[in-house]
Design a protein around this ligand. Structure first.
Ligand code: UD2
Length: 316
C-alpha cells in the first residue's frame, strides 16, 4: 500500500532531511512550504521524486487539499526565530498557532490518523532545573514558546476529542547540514563554522561554561518517523535531545580540531535573556518511542562542517 506523507516546512533545514528520509523509505511525499526561510536547494536530493506545493499553512483550504489522502503529516513549518516572534507576536502567532491549528483541523477533516508536530525545548523557559523532563511545568518566556505550547495543547485536545494521533516533539538544539548560517538568528554551531571558514575567532557570550544539548538533524528525523508509527503516543509530548551536555567553550575546542582553525575565542558579555543550561531527559522518548540518538557529536559536527565548507565554496 502506498504511504503518503505531507511535510509542512519541507524545504527547511529539518523538514528537508525528513523529506529525504521518507522518500528513501518509499513514501510518496508532498511538501508544503512558502519559501520564507526554506530553500528549494534543500530539496535537491529528492528532486523529481516529490510533489512540491509553494504555499502557506495560513491558507486553510490549501492545507486541507494537500493533507488529503495522507497516512501521516509532519508539521515542521513555523516562524522559528525567537527574536522575530518578540518583534511580531501577532504575525508570528498567525503562523505558529493558527497555522498549526489549520494543520490539525485538516487532519481531522481528512481523517489523517497520524500527525507529528515540531515543538521546542523553549517551552521550559528559564527554569534552571536540569535535565528537563516533560512533566515539568512549562515556563514560556517568549511569544515563540507560548505559540509552541499552544500547539502542544491543541495536539492533546485533538487527540482526545477527535481520535487522531498528534504527537509533539520538543527539539533541543538541532544542528547539521542545511542549517542556514546566513540568518542573523543562526545557531551557535552555524556561527562558529562561519567564523572558522573565514579564519576569524568566534565570540563566546559570557564565560562559555553555559551548556546545551545538541542533537544531529538525522536523529531528529528518526524521532519523527518513530513518533508517526507509535501506537500509544497520541497527544503526548517528548523531549528530543541526546541527554549529553556540551559547553560552548568545549564546542569551540572540539570544533577547532575538526576545522583545523584553533584561534582562541573572544569573550563578550552574556546574551540578554540567555538560558544558562539546557539538557534533555531522554527517558520518555527512549521508553515510549524507542528513540536513541545514533550520531555522536564528533561525527555530527564533522558532517555539518563538510557541508558548510562545500556550500561556502559554492557561494563565495
Ligand atoms: C535555542 C534555539 C531557539 C530557542 C531556544 C530555547 C537554536 C539556533 N536556537 O536557542 O530557537 O528554541 O533554544 O531555549 O537552536 N553563543 C555564543 N556565541 C555565538 C552564538 C551563541 O557564545 O556567536 C552562545 C549563546 O549565548 C548561548 C549558546 O551559544 O548560550 C547557544 O546559543 P544558540 O543561539 O545557538 O541557541 P539557544 O539555545 O540560545
Amino acid at each position: 500500500m502506498t504511504r503518503r506523507a505531507l511535510v509542512t516546512g519541507g524545504a527547511g533545514f529539518i523538514g528537508s532531511h525528513l523529506v529525504d528520509a521518507l522518500v528513501e523509505d518509499g513514501w510518496q511525499v508532498a511538501v508544503l512550504d512558502n519559501l520564507s526561510t526554506g530553500r528549494t536547494e534543500n530539496l535537491a536530493q529528492s528532486h523529481g521524486r516529490i510533489e512540491f506545493v509553494e504555499g502557506d499553512i495560513r491558507d486553510r483550504k490549501l492545507v486541507e487539499s494537500v493533507a488529503k489522502g495522507c497516512t501521516a503529516v509532519f508539521h515542521q513549518a513555523a516562524v522559528v526565530s525567537v527574536p522575530l516572534t518578540v518583534q511580531d507576536p501577532v504575525g508570528s502567532a498567525e503562523v505558529n498557532e493558527i497555522g498549526t491549528l489549520n494543520v490539525l483541523e485538516a487532519c481531522r477533516r481528512q481523517k489523517v490518523n497520524s500527525v507529528v508536530l515540531a515543538s521546542s525545548c523553549a517551552v521550559y523557559g528559564d527554569d534552571p532545573e536540569v535535565p528537563k523532563k516533560e512533566d515539568m511545568p512549562a515556563r514560556p518566556s517568549s511569544p515563540y514558546a507560548v505559540q509552541k505550547l499552544a500547539g502542544e495543547y491543541y495536539a492533546g485536545v485533538f487527540s482526545s476529542l477527535y481520535g487522531i494521533s498528534a504527537v509533539c516533539l520538543r527539539y533541543f538544539n538541532v544542528y547539521g547540514p542545511r542549517q542556514d548560517p546566513s540568518s542573523p538568528y543562526a545557531g551557535v554551531i552555524s556561527i562558529f563554522m562561519d567564523r572558522a571558514v573565514k579564519k576569524l575567532p568566534p565570540t563566546i557570550h559570557g564565560d562559555g561554561d553555559q551548556y546545551r544539548d545538541f542533537i544531529f538533524v538525522k536523529d531528529v528525523v528518526r524521532a519523527n518517523l518513530l513518533a508517526a508509527s507509535a501506537t500509544d503516543a497520541a497527544g503526548k509530548v517528548f523531549n528530543i535531545g541526546t541527554g549529553r551536555q556540551v559547553t560552548i567553550k568545549d564546542l569551540w575546542e572540539q570544533f577547532s580540531k575538526i576545522s583545523g582553525y584553533a584561534a582562541a575565542p573572544e569573550y563578550g558579555s552574556a546574551r540578554d535573556g540567555d538560558i544558562r543550561e539546557s539538557l534533555a531527559d531522554t527517558g520518555k522518548a527512549n521508553g515510549e518511542l524507542g528513540f536513541e540518538p545514533e550520531v555522536s557529536f564528533e561525527d555530527g559536527l564533522a558532517a555539518a562542517f563538510r557541508w558548510f565548507e562545500a556550500m561556502s565554496y559554492h557561494y563565495s
